[in-house]
Design a protein around this ligand. Structure first.
Ligand SMILES: *Cc1c(COP(=O)(O)O)cnc(C)c1O
Ligand SMILES: [Zn+2]
Length: 389
């Protein structure tokens, strides 16, 4: 069973609540919607019930957005390894260094978590055509889950996206549309074309369930660290779904008694030097980011010039006492190699960026040698091999 009850505005602006038994996208005020649960009742859900459950993200199904009788469409996403990076930790003087290796998800990135949840809900709501604007990995994940659900997929990506992302979408039978511009342009074009035709838009934060898939990363960290949460979470940020999802998960875990209140990890948002709208807004003390001009980086997942949930990311970073750091492409590629050569981890440039951000925080003394740190490797290296040449 699930304690899922309703959808609520993330601002919150006072509109709603929204009924999850029908298709929902944004609040009338334009903000993302969040799934809400009866957390008082969920206090009856015990951690001990997790033992013996399947090793995927649906092991937390009591706090996943399933209605009675709904079953997930799954390819085994989640329950990725939390690797104690001892060799790298020794080199950095940080024995408590862990890497959450999201490259082991279906389609090679953590986008699988969000899209497994989104496509599951879309399928149960009777959607027939799904669309997505994507910088690459989200399109691959959506195409795979749509195939598994037997639903048509239409993906919209920047025309200079790396070739493996295109081929993998085709592999799953999706219709690929390449657009002149960035993910934000792809989003506009997909919506213009799809709205009159009733396509179900699975853009990040424009439907309420991708966050629910990604929040499971925080539940897993708790379970894998025996409910001792790390001091720091270092996370490469594009649209920010992972950041927002994990922050929401901490609140839920506190409310149901799985986590002590007042001891959340400091959240570090990592972006690319030439596409760092969140970092800039954080440094300026702004509540929202501004559209980044001429966004460019080899880390496709970070090439998001403006995120609809920017205010939620900034809120999480600030409330946690964390920070936001921009990394040069050359540094992220170098540390992509470090993760490979030191730990045997296949890292995307986004994962390399997170490791480099940790170096910065160690250097200036904000991260202490006795801290426990989780670096997120959000995807694998294989679709990005051209950057290693
Ligand atoms: C999409 C993506 C990101 C950014 O994730 P958000 O949750 O949208 O901020 C980071 N790394 C990789 C590999 C991605 O595909
Ligand atoms: Zn609202």
């Amino acid at each position: 069973m699930s304690y899922f009850t309703h959808l609520e505005c993330s601002v919150p602006c006072g509109a709603g609540p929204y009924d999850p038994r029908v298709e929902q996208h944004l609040c009338t005020c334009g903000a993302p919607l969040l799934a809400r649960y009866d957390l008082d009742a969920a206090r009856a859900w015990s951690k001990s019930s997790l033992s013996g459950r399947a090793a995927n993200m649906w092991r937390y199904r009591e706090l996943m957005p399933l209605m009675d009788g709904e079953e997930p469409i799954t390819l085994g996403e989640g329950w990725t390894p939390l690797i104690h990076a001892r060799r790298l930790g020794e080199e950095l003087g940080l024995p408590g260094l862990f890497v959450k290796d999201e490259s082991l998800n279906p389609t090679n990135s953590f986008k699988a978590r969000g899209l497994a949840a989104a496509v599951t809900k879309a399928a149960h709501l009777g959607a027939r055509i799904l669309s997505i604007p994507s910088a690459g990995n989200a399109a691959n994940a959506m195409a795979a889950y749509a195939a598994a659900a037997g639903i048509e997929a239409k993906v919209f990506m920047p025309k200079d996206v790396k070739v493996p992302f295109i081929r993998e979408c085709e592999l799953y039978g999706a219709e690929v549309n390449l657009v002149d511009g960035l993910i934000t342009d792809a989003g506009r074009i997909a919506a213009e074309r799809g709205k009159p035709l009733g396509w179900y838009d699975t853009s990040t934060l424009k439907e309420p369930y991708r966050i629910e898939g990604k929040k499971t990363m925080a539940y897993e960290l708790g379970e894998q660290l025996d409910w001792q949460f790390p001091d720091w979470i270092i996370y490469p940020t594009g649209g920010g779904t992972g950041m927002v999802g994990m922050w929401k998960a901490f609140e839920e875990m506190e409310r149901i008694g799985w986590k002590t209140a007042g001891t959340r990890p400091k959240m570090v948002s990592v972006q690319a030097e030439n596409c760092a709208p969140i970092v800039r807004a954080f440094e300026r003390g702004a509540e929202r980011s501004e559209m980044w001009q001429n966004a460019q980086t080899v880390a496709d997942g970070l090439r998001v010039p403006k995120a609809i949930g920017d205010f939620l990311v900034l809120r999480a970073v600030r409330e946690s006492g964390g920070t936001a750091i921009a990394v040069r492409d050359a540094d992220m590629v170098r540390d992509m190699r470090t993760l490979g050569a030191k730990e045997g981890i296949s890292a995307a440039p986004e994962g390399g960026a997170a490791l480099y951000a940790l170096r910065v925080l160690l250097q200036d003394g904000r991260v202490k040698p006795s801290d426990t740190v989780v670096v997120f490797n959000t995807g694998g290296a294989l679709k990005y091999l051209d950057v290693l040449r």
